[in-house]
Ligand binder design. Structure first.
Ligand code: ADP
Length: 281
């Protein structure tokens, strides 16, 4: 069954003054997928996320959410999108109070349900024993966990996370990854996260959007990317020269067959693979 397109970006261009930070970007995201936005610092990842979130409201092109042009001023729509971009807390308030403050605006939730939800979330992110501690006493990793609890507060359909792994230790990184996979599995949430580390992205993302200098360099699965990044080099008996063909078994067979027909023997076939990071430089 074809999945619903949750987010569509059409010809998106974003400027800071005369500087073009995003140049005619187009891609779409299916519901329930995790997308890794990959690119070196300054590539345009944060700008893209902020534009989707309406934090940079002037842009050219179109952003569609659930098939309709997004209206960033509509709170009903924006409640379905949650983000970890520039998250700030009230440092003198406890973890519980911070989440409660955000949830209080939601009149539909009773006080007891609010408490239940916050307790569940703090347990989910492993902060159940720090619920009444002031945020100013938290380590960076604990703040990231609280930020994640905040992101999950409203059962959003689209979750946008800017560099969620930065500053976390290896345990924190694994914890964050497993949380995101769990929320995808259990809630069919769609997640976009940015990173400049290929390993982080390849571990977690179903698909990659690689961005460089404000343009998209690649969009698809890591497997497809690895295949497009591979080539065969074919060497012939008694000849110095080699030929280069795409990494495709049909093309390989055809090439071998054609050369054998002409009486040209093959001495060596090698698979050449460029380092993936070279694609993003
Ligand atoms: P990334 O998140 O991939 O590191 P950004 O989206 O933050 O990249 O930045 C993309 C480009 O836009 C960079 O060249 C950056 O210097 C520039 N940029 C970002 N924010 C601003 C701003 N507020 N004013 C001017 N230029 C900016």
């Amino acid at each position: 069954m074809k999945k619903q397109k949750l987010l569509e970006i059409h010809n998106l261009t974003q400027h800071y003054g005369d500087f073009i930070a995003l140049n005619n970007i187009s891609f779409s995201i299916e519901k329930g997928t995790i997308i890794g936005l990959l690119g070196k610092n300054g590539a345009g990842k944060t700008t893209l996320m902020k534009t989707i979130l309406g934090l940079l409201c002037q842009y050219d092109g179109e952003i569609k959410f659930k098939g309709k042009s997004i209206n960033h001023g509509d709170p009903k729509i924006m409640r379905k999108i949650s983000s970890l971009v520039d998250v700030r807390f009230y440092e003198d308030m406890s973890a519980y109070e911070n989440l409660n403050y955000l949830l209080m605006a939601d009149v539909k939730i009773s006080k007891s349900n609010r408490r239940k939800k916050i307790d569940e979330l703090l347990t989910l992110v492993g902060l159940e024993n720090n619920s009444s501690s002031k945020v100013k006493s938290f380590s960076f990793g604990m703040k990231q966990r609280l930020a994640l609890a905040q992101v999950f507060l409203h059962d959003a359909e689209l979750i946008i996370l800017d560099e969620p792994f930065v500053g976390l230790d290896p345990v924190g990184i694994e914890f964050m990854k497993s949380m995101l996979k769990q929320i995808q599995r259990e809630k069919d949430a769609t997640i976009i996260f940015s990173s400049h580390q290929l390993e982080e992205v390849s571990d977690l993302a179903d698909e990659i959007v690689a961005i460089s200098d404000g343009t998209i360099k690649y969009c698809g699965t890591l497997q497809e990317l690895q295949n497009t990044n591979k080539k065969y080099n074919i060497w012939f008996v008694g000849k110095e020269m080699k030929i280069e063909i795409p990494y495709n078994s049909e093309i390989l067979q055809r090439t071998i067959h054609e050369h054998l027909k002409k009486g040209i023997e093959i001495s060596k076939i090698e698979v050449i693979e460029n380092a993936l990071y070279q694609l993003f430089i």
